[in-house]
Ligand binder design. Structure first.
Ligand SMILES: [Mg+2]
Length: 394
């Protein structure tokens, strides 16, 4: 049976959240950046800011030069996660088969879903958009197709506030004219190489025999052939929530430091923030990654995969501290990052609960601290060692 897959993607998400919260920001160029603003990169630019050429990933200082009058806002991940969860819960009203794919994107498997029946999938998309806008003030773009690949390509064709449906028999008309880099898995470098060989569109790729593509791309060749022909069998898997995603925090220090104790304290601070975000979202992860950037911008990342899943700051910090001791050679540190990936959802974990025993007392304590912080703010309870972190960083 042909599947019916919907992709819902929020438009300029972080910037739109800020604009929805402060109406005077609507229609203005908004640039959401990391912390501290002056030394971070752009996380999301509103559509108004994109007109100045501002893109995600560029240094905030460069964005400032391009649009001095734009409003620069420090990103607030907890706020974005909370609204994300609200959006996912809205989507779950239409079908239980919702796979949150990133903080602002979800896939829905609508195959045989009663919500589609009365007026068709385009009408359902309109209903979903209206619901999300009514509850959050935000707009999204929706794509529909027989699989995740085509649904996502459809979404990207009309943004913002767009809707597009691609049927399998429309791949030649709607997908083949697109540039190769629009295909998932084809990066800028590969696209440039392909273009030199006269392969500019997805259609050009689709007409190359699979074994030639295997010679060109190795193991990925067959996958690229399938994708360029609109074929994708990957399931929408609500149990695999954010499995390919991660949760991380980075801190650019107010000044470079060689003080080991201070570095460890910052790392612990970050572990606590990451663990708390994971608990909010209901995720536990297995892979802990340390990022360390020295004053001369040399960056290293080191990862460890734990035997069990965790959302506990002490456990994450134990891995981070070990990696710091093994890899930091005493050079001045500019930035520290802590990231946890390899997620499983709590729901998924509950089914396998026997595999991941935790003590009740530990859980209770963590829940109580979270509750107090939610109610009274982050400063109500702090680890004793945080009290010595310079106020700038809190
Ligand atoms: Mg988006």
């Amino acid at each position: 049976m042909e599947r019916l897959i919907m992709h819902v993607d929020m438009d300029a998400y972080f910037a739109a959240v800020e604009q929805a919260e402060v109406p005077s920001l609507k229609g203005k160029p908004i640039v959401v950046c990391g912390f501290p603003l002056a030394r971070s990169v752009v996380t999301t630019a509103s559509y108004e800011a994109r007109r100045f050429g501002i893109k995600s990933g560029m240094p905030a200082s460069a964005a400032r030069r391009m649009a001095p009058a734009a409003v620069f806002i420090e990103s607030n991940p907890q706020k974005y996660i909370a609204i994300s969860l609200k959006i996912v819960s809205i989507l779950c009203e239409f079908t239980p088969k919702v796979e949150p794919y990133s903080i602002d994107e979800s896939f829905l498997d609508l195959t045989g879903c009663p919500a589609v029946q009365p007026h068709g999938v385009a009408a359902l998309a309109t209903t979903i958009k209206k619901r999300i806008r009514a509850e959050t003030g935000l707009s999204c773009s929706i794509g529909v197709g027989p699989n995740k690949l085509l649904a996502k390509i459809a979404t990207e064709m009309y943004k913002p506030d767009g809707f597009m449906l691609i049927r399998l028999e429309e791949v030649a008309d709607k997908v083949w004219p697109l540039a190769v880099e629009k295909l998932h898995g084809i990066g800028e470098k590969t696209a440039a190489r392909l273009k030199q060989d006269g392969i500019g569109t997805i259609g050009d790729l689709a007409h190359i025999p699979p074994d030639v593509l295997k010679r060109m791309f190795g193991a990925n060749g067959y996958l690229i052939w399938q994708s360029s022909n609109g074929i994708d069998h990957s399931p929408v898997d609500p149990a695999m929530v954010l499995s390919s995603k991660s949760c991380g925090h980075e801190l650019t220090l107010p000044e470079d430091t060689t003080d080991q104790e201070r570095i460890m304290r910052c790392a612990l601070f970050l572990c606590d923030a990451v663990a708390r975000r994971m608990r909010h979202a209901g995720y536990r992860g297995r892979t802990v990654t340390l990022k360390l950037r020295s004053a001369d911008f040399k960056t290293i990342t080191r990862s460890r995969t734990r035997s069990g899943f965790t959302d506990n700051a002490e456990e994450i910090f134990a891995d981070i501290a070990a990696m710091l001791r093994a890899n930091w050679l005493g050079e001045p540190v500019r930035l520290i990052g802590v990231n946890v990936s390899g997620f499983s959802s709590v729901k998924h974990l509950e089914r396998q609960l026997g595999l991941f025993p935790r003590t009740m007392e530990q859980d209770k304590l963590v829940q109580t601290v979270d509750m107090l912080k939610d109610k009274y703010g982050d400063n109500v309870i702090q680890r004793a060692s945080f009290l010595q972190v310079p106020s700038k960083m809190e």
